[in-house]
Design a protein around this ligand. Structure first.
Ligand code: SAM
Ligand code: SF4
Length: 333
């Protein structure tokens, strides 16, 4: 089988699957308080998600990240993880992982480990309970901290993802770093992105460029850039004084597009070839048209042949250009 290679000679080895658009939180930068969620009939069933993910794995995808919405609130989701674990056992899949808000980890950590998951990304923007409630609207910090504890106890490696928000978690930068060092969690900062219709002003108010965050860190610590590349928008630095590795995700820069190895599947079967472009391919129709996978494989290849060179985000001149109308909870970030 010929592997998936896009028109810019980039092999596609990484698939992010959003298994639901729903969530038990309403983070202000991600969702509005009263979200309209998709009707159930539009969602791929867990069996369809299995079929589609398996088709990608057959075509060379080696890394699968499950996301959402909140992946762990989808009913029966463990049967999907269980199904994907067979590809780990066969060796076709090298890594099965997820991005979660942590609220359900206390319940599912053991089962995830059983399914071959070794690492999880947990999103956490603050260690202050009141601020946590303010930013997530519906979330409760102790529940998430319990989830993280349970995940660690179950043997999962944890990476904390923190969205850098000006005036919100600026003052907590060193506390977050110290907490992660004490708990032996990795830490990655994410620059806030122009997603959904959240109100342009509000978003620009919250924009805290990671170069400023890094300069702040450098006032206290020696940072060394690491050569490590992931094919994604993350760059890694070592904090020499503590030995910690810190990631910086700046999705608005172009300098990672050249090595982009990933595509994103939504819970309705749309394939987004670039996080920053609207173009997508419907894989649900070919999937449902025939129990045979020939149609869907053809559709996947046709979509990869359309993968664009890069995205159009730009925050320059205080104006958000290339702004996306879809929410992160749709494509899973
Ligand atoms: N619910 C899970 C979670 O929060 O980890 C998974 C889905 S969430 C959409 C994936 C990641 O996207 C989270 O780390 C979240 O902080 C991030 N995110 C959401 N909206 C964002 C935005 N506008 N800019 C940057 N990151 C965003
Ligand atoms: Fe839910 Fe994750 Fe979006 Fe927060 S960032 S609202 S936890 S999907």
């Amino acid at each position: 089988m010929t592997p998936l290679i896009d028109p810019f000679a980039r092999p596609i080895s990484y698939l992010r699957v959003s298994v639901t658009d729903r969530c038990d939180f309403r983070c202000t930068y991600c969702m509005t308080e009263h979200m309209q969620f998709l009707p159930k009939k539009d969602l791929l069933t867990l069996e369809e998600l299995d079929r589609l993910s398996s088709a990608f794995i057959r075509l060379g995808v080696e890394k699968l990240r499950i996301t959402g919405g909140e992946p762990l609130v989808r009913k029966g989701i463990m049967s999907y993880f269980r199904a994907m674990s067979r590809h780990l056992e066969s060796g076709a899949l090298k890594e099965l992982t997820l991005t979660t808000n942590g609220s359900q980890l206390a319940k599912f950590a053991g089962e995830l480990v059983d399914c071959g998951v070794r690492r999880v990304n947990v999103s956490l923007d603050t260690l202050d309970a009141a601020k946590f409630q303010a930013i997530t609207r519906w979330g409760r910090l102790p529940q998430v901290l319990d989830g993280i504890k349970a995940a660690k106890a179950a043997g999962l490696r944890i990476k904390i993802n923190t969205v850098a928000l000006k005036g919100f978690n600026e003052a907590e930068l060193f506390d977050l770093l110290a907490w992660c060092a004490a708990e032996d969690h990795d830490l990655t900062f994410i620059e806030v992105m122009p997603m959904g219709e959240m109100g342009e002003e509000n978003r620009l108010d919250q924009y805290w460029p990671l170069k400023d965050l890094r300069a702040r860190l450098a006032e206290r610590y020696r940072l060394t850039e690491l050569a490590e590349k992931t094919g994604g928008p993350a760059r890694y630095f070592r904090v020499e004084d503590t030995g910690q590795k810190i990631g910086f995700i700046t999705p608005l820069t172009h300098n990672f597009c050249e090595s982009c190895n990933r595509v994103r599947l939504t819970c309705t079967g749309e394939l987004f070839m670039c996080l920053g472009q609207e173009d997508n391919a419907d894989l649900r129709a070919p999937l449902r048209a025939s129990p045979d996978d020939a149609l869907v494989e053809k559709a996947i290849r046709a979509a990869i042949a359309r993968k664009p060179k890069g995205h159009d985000f730009d925050y320059s001149r205080q104006k958000v250009a290339g702004q996306m109308t879809r929410h992160m909870s749709h494509t899973g970030g």
